[in-house]
Design a protein around this ligand. Structure first.
Ligand SMILES: N[C@@H](CCC(=O)N[C@@H](CS)C(=O)NCC(=O)O)C(=O)O
Length: 229
């Protein structure tokens, strides 16, 4: 099996965390280094990461991919046995996607103060706070998001919380989880889990590489401006 992935995509990170935790033999094909947008679109008309290719089957959508990999049944299960716990696990995945990452994604265009529309940022931050209220309400109070073992809910939440604690301070929210003590405790604890730590490390490294590329591009632009003026 192959997973088309991008190291800085929280949706791809969700799948990688499950793959690491279950010890599955999946080859990672990294966008944009090893695959083009056109090739992704040929696999899936929307062209979004992640995509799993298993034999002749092409599966987009991180949640669908994770459920399929779980159904294959190899390695330790990441779905709780109890049906209510499973429902809570899926609910936390929906909260991560719809009420946390969805309002965060338009704010990336406003990270730079020069291009920031403060009204858009304030409205987005208010929506994220509501999403965090919802997470605080439904998150478990043990080490993991649901019950006392790693589940798909942790795979969904870890990348998204990493994005919130990394990017919200750049938008003026100094302590993004500060009003949500259960979530704050969860975040502090889950980072010590080896699979969470691994995807956090992958995302951090990708972020550092992207920042270095941006600095190099900016230096090159300044150099060429200097040369022409
Ligand atoms: N609902 C999708 C979302 C996937 C998604 O938005 N992926 C982003 C990366 S974070 C992407 O590929 N964006 C590229 C694009 O939109 O062209 C999932 O859960 O897999």
């Amino acid at each position: 099996m192959k997973l088309y992935t991008a190291m800085l995509s929280p949706f791809a990170a969700r799948c990688r965390m499950l793959i690491h935790a279950r010890g599955l033999a999946v080859e990672f094909v990294e966008y944009p280094h090893a695959v083009s947008k056109e090739e992704l679109r040929a696999l899936n008309p929307i062209g979004k990461i992640p995509i799993l290719v298993a034999g002749d089957t092409v599966l987009p959508e991180s949640e669908t991919i994770c459920e399929y990999l779980e159904d294959l049944g190899s390695g330790p299960a990441l779905r709780p046995a109890d049906s209510l716990d499973r429902a809570r696990m899926r609910l936390l995945g929906r909260i991560a996607d719809l009420y946390l990452f969805e309002p965060l994604s338009p704010l990336f265009a406003h990270l730079s103060r020069k291009r920031r529309n403060q009204e858009v940022v304030d409205a987005g931050l208010a929506r994220i706070r509501l999403g965090l209220d919802m997470l605080e309400r439904f998150l478990g109070d043990q080490r993991f998001a649901v019950g006392d073992a790693l589940t798909l809910a942790d795979c969904s939440l870890v990348p998204v919380l990493f994005f919130l604690v990394t990017y919200l301070p750049m938008l003026g929210e100094a302590e993004p989880l500060g009003r949500h003590p259960k979530t704050e405790r969860y975040w502090a604890t889950i980072q010590t889990n080896e699979y969470a730590a691994r995807v956090i490390g992958e995302m951090r490294q990708a972020m550092a590489e992207k920042a270095a590329q941006a600095r190099a591009a900016s230096a090159a632009r300044q150099g060429s401006d200097g040369a022409t003026t």
